[in-house]
Design a protein around this ligand. Structure first.
Ligand code: UD1
Ligand code: MG
Length: 454
């Protein structure tokens, strides 16, 4: 088979009408997430990466959340679940005018890889010009998968487990459900499918035998078991999560990140990790995190929607929430929470602080226990800390408020009004000294205690 460099335009139909009763969930199955991205999102992402368009998603009734997640792709509703062929037919109107190849994938088979899709497209473009390319696999346990019956002249038909003879059940080559079909014959083949089978359903798998009867051929391309795993329960969802994480950690290390204890680090599907990045144990990357080159992340951190610039050092025990933008060579230390705030180059927030809705200027230092009081119960307000400012320990910055460049605040200050450039703000109260007070206090207390004992 020679792969043609010219690939036919390819559209896709994503089957996602199943309710997924074994998930025991009110959320449609394909909306359950792996690494912070819905199963449907994983599939749509892979299709987009391969420039497969248009994409039509077949959903069930009352699946508005799926339609929303699928946007801007078109969704069509399959009212009655009469089988996989019937599901594909729901997309006929939307794709009737499409000329090229139509890829059929499942929304609950999230790991289908770009490489495998390319192999399938190459097979379609091969000299044999098969009308149908079926993605098969040989799982450890073939269980109840449909079996691919291959004869002397290639793939002859697909038989569902329930309909298979004992001999057919011994076949190890299984149907993943994913197919690539010549659009010019797909609708005609589907129209001829009849529900003459154990389940009384319209089987998509029947188009292989129908194609053969019409003088058209089908071929099998094989994929891997892990990429073709279908998710039917939350136990399988957790297995898929583990597979994803293992692969992502490996990729991060291969791309130049050091993970001291990889099995304790959790990424999101969209996490971006640069080179020469060090990640300590027990770090969680929620969605939307970008880590540039040469960043050090110490153990026990939790990030979401954050950007860490080159040379920054974060953690241990730091929490970066959405909009945290950690500048070049900035430091964020232990028990520090940062939300919607930019730390400019070389700024430091090293201990026990909350910095929200703020800017911390170049090389400013925020002392231990500093809090930006950004919320009055109604509105969120901004705190602006200038370059080189020095915020004393336990300062409360009552936003909206500005601390000018090079200004200082005294320890324990409650800063309610702006501090001019290079000024010092103090208001923690003047210190009084009462000589001998502590000693007298202890003596009196001790005497009272002795008396009470008697
Ligand atoms: C199907 C295949 C089987 C294959 C297996 C792989 C058929 C007849 N059988 O069986 O050969 O080994 O997948 O997992 O195709 N769906 C709809 N509407 C429907 C029915 C199904 O949208 O009316 C969707 C489901 O949500 C699911 C997919 O199609 O994503 C497959 O349906 P499912 O019922 O799981 O098919 P299987 O019996 O597993
Ligand atoms: Mg299934």
């Amino acid at each position: 088979m020679t792969a043609s460099p010219v690939q036919a335009p390819t559209a896709a139909i994503v089957l996602a009408a199943g309710i997924g009763s074994r998930m025991q969930s009110t959320l449609p199955k394909v909306m359950h997430a792996i690494a912070g991205r819905s199963m449907l999102g994983h599939v749509l992402g892979t299709l987009a990466g391969e420039k497969i368009t248009p994409v039509v998603v077949v959903i069930g009734p009352d699946m508005d959340v799926v339609a929303k997640a699928a946007a801007p792709h078109q969704c069509v509703t399959q009212k009655d679940r009469l089988g996989t062929a019937h599901a594909v037919l729901q997309a006929e109107k939307a794709l009737a005018a499409f000329a090229g190849d139509i890829l059929i994938v499942y929304g609950d088979t999230p790991f289908i890889s770009a490489e495998t899709l390319r192999k399938m497209r190459a097979a379609r473009a091969g000299t044999a010009r098969p009308a149908v390319v079926v993605l098969g696999f040989s799982p450890n346990d073939p269980g109840a998968y449909g079996r691919l019956i291959v004869g002397a002249n290639g793939l002859e038909r697909i038989v569902e487990f329930k309909d298979a003879s004992p001999a057919e059940r011994t076949v190890g080559l299984c149907n993943s459900g994913i197919m690539l079909v010549d659009a010019s014959v797909l609708w005609k083949l589907l129209a001829d499918v009849r529900p003459n089978n154990a389940k009384g359903e319209y089987y998509l798998t029947d188009i292989v035998a129908l194609a053969r009867a019409a003088g058209l051929s089908s071929v099998v391309v094989e994929g891997g078991e892990e990429e073709l795993m279908g998710i039917n329960s939350r136990v399988e969802l957790a297995e898929a999560e583990a597979i994803f994480q293992r692969a992502f950690r490996r990729k991060a290390m291969e791309n130049g990140a050091t993970l001291t204890a990889p099995e304790t680090v959790y990424f999101s599907a969209d996490t971006k990790i640069g080179r020469e990045v060090e990640i300590g144990p027990f770090v969680v990357f929620g969605p939307g995190v970008v880590v540039d080159d040469n960043v050090t992340i110490k153990g026990f951190c939790h990030f979401e929607g954050a950007h860490l610039s080159a040379g920054s050092i974060v953690g241990p025990y730091a929490r970066l929430r959405p909009g945290a933008d950690i500048g070049k060579d900035a430091h964020v230390g232990n028990f520090v929470e940062i939300k919607n705030a930019r730390l400019e180059e070389g700024a430091k927030v090293n201990h026990l602080s909350y910095v929200g809705d703020a800017r911390v200027g170049v090389k400013a230092n925020v002392g231990a226990g500093t809090i930006t009081a950004n919320y009055d119960g109604f509105t969120k307000s901004h705190t602006d800390i200038g370059a080189g400012a020095h915020i004393g320990s336990n300062t409360v910055l009552v936003a909206p408020v500005t601390v000018g460049d090079g200004a200082m605040t005294g320890a324990g200050a409650v800063v309610r009004t702006d501090v001019p450039k290079d000024a010092l703000a103090i208001n923690a109260g003047r210190q009084e000294i009462k000589e001998g007070f502590a000693a007298t206090y202890r003596t009196l207390k001790q005497a009272a205690k002795e008396k009470a004992k008697k």
